[in-house]
Design a protein around this ligand. Structure first.
Ligand code: C2E
Ligand code: MG
Ligand code: MG
Ligand code: MG
Length: 287
């Protein structure tokens, strides 16, 4: 019986592997057409200031709306696009789509908010990145101080001086830089020395058990106090429960985002439910 089970598991493994390969090939070979056919779209996840529950801003998160696969999450295609280099045109399309939304919102006189855009290390390696961003910013008359670019720690791993220079130039132009998923990589602290940043995004793996695990609580408290001591602000991700929120408030965490407040939503819903509200601050649900 155990032999049989082994063989079945093996078959299952091969079938799953087959599915993974098929999906990879499908996504890779349809990406370019998807961009041409406007199948990519930007979702926005609101972020709130924790001291007074007012809307701080939103994180822009890309989605791929496919006729066969439905809504495809970025975890399934960003990695592929980085390997093929397709992230360069896709990344610029994302920046343009966000700037276009911001420009439309400005014309409707909504309060000014921060908008965060995720960047891949690959995008920062392109020598004309600054030029492209500046051109798009000028076209939509975007004030750079409204934009936060989120980078992950792997940007720093190769220690490429050109990448550091690009980040510094972005900051000189007024853009802010956030270090995303902070704490999940080996020797995260050393990146605080190496990277020019303004904001730390405390990874959701520390938040999910912050109300139960004393170690997560201690790590989060230390990261927040360290960040404040060196002049950085902290955004917690993955705030799902009221107990997460209450602890983050006690720790003086600056801002948060997560399912407690809202999932990422399309631009029309974000405008209707968050920009067009006269009721500020946001009510924290009792859950
Ligand atoms: P990220 O930048 O760390 O984004 C946060 C992810 O956590 C998002 O997943 C968001 O939907 C999810 N999330 C938000 N609140 C909660 C919560 O309360 N609980 C849990 N469990 N999850 C929550 P998403 O949208 O699937 O994006 C996944 C990753 O894909 C992002 O992680 C980011 O690294 C990458 N990504 C997304 N959009 C872009 C983009 O435009 N460009 C690039 N280069 N990468 C992107
Ligand atoms: Mg992010
Ligand atoms: Mg993150
Ligand atoms: Mg993440």
């Amino acid at each position: 019986a155990s032999k049989n089970a082994g063989r079945n598991q093996c078959t299952l493994f091969h079938e799953q592997l087959h599915d993974v390969v098929l999906e990879y090939v499908y996504l890779q070979s349809n990406m370019k057409r998807a961009l041409e056919n406007e199948a990519f779209t930007i979702y926005y996840q609101p972020q709130f200031n924790i001291d007074n529950n007012s809307l701080k801003g939103a994180e822009a998160l890309v989605r791929w709306q496919d006729k066969d696969l439905g809504l495809i999450s970025p975890d399934r295609f960003i990695g592929i696009s980085e390997k093929t280099g397709f992230i360069k045109p896709l990344g610029l399309w994302i920046i343009e789509a966000v700037f276009k939304d911001l420009s439309a919102w400005r014309h409707r006189h909504y309060p000014i908010i921060d908008v965060s855009v995720n960047l891949s290390a690959v995008q920062l390696h392109a020598s004309d990145f600054i030029e492209s961003v500046t051109a798009i910013g000028d076209r939509y008359q975007i004030d750079p101080t409204m934009i936060i670019f989120e980078i992950t720690e792997n940007v720093a791993i190769d220690g490429n001086p050109a990448v550091l220079h690009t980040l510094e130039t972005l900051r000189e132009k007024g853009y802010r830089i956030a270090l995303d998923d902070f704490g999940i990589n080996y020797s995260s602290l050393s990146y605080l020395k190496r990277l020019p940043i303004d904001i730390i995004k405390l990874d959701k793996t520390f938040i999910s058990q912050i109300d139960k695990d004393p170690l997560d609580l201690a790590i989060s408290r230390s990261v927040i106090s360290l960040a404040h001591e060196i002049g950085l602000s902290v955004v917690a991700e993955g705030v799902e429960r009221i107990s997460h929120y209450n602890i983050l408030k006690e720790l003086y965490c600056d801002a948060g985002q997560g399912y407690l407040f809202s999932r990422p939503i399309d631009a029309v819903s974000f405008e209707r439910d968050y920009l067009d509200r006269t009721i500020i601050p946001f009510d924290i649900p009792e859950n």
